[in-house]
Design a protein around this ligand. Structure first.
Ligand SMILES: [Zn+2]
Length: 82
């Protein structure tokens, strides 16, 4: 299980169920509720920072962006503790 500081709630669905997952490139923050993902970055810190930046700044059209992101989670991504 990756331990890190708490990530901000999802900007798309407001879920607090946000986790960091490892990818083939590095790490990505993603929402376990709607599947929204932050950028794929090399370090956990960068991924968390970028997620928090977007969560704080962006007020997306709810649903529109989130629906495009659903299904893009990496194959090894789960919402279980690991
Ligand atoms: Zn979400």
């Amino acid at each position: 299980m990756i331990t890190t500081r708490d990530l901000r709630p999802c900007p798309f669905c407001d879920s607090g169920d946000v986790q960091l997952s490892s990818t083939r490139y590095g790490f990505v923050a993603s929402c376990c509720s709607c599947g929204a993902m932050g950028p794929d970055l090399h370090t956990k810190t960068e991924a968390a920072d970028e997620w928090d930046k977007r969560a704080g700044d962006v007020k997306p059209e709810a649903g529109e962006v989130a629906s495009r992101l659903v299904g893009l989670l990496p194959d090894d991504s789960t919402c279980e503790d690991w």
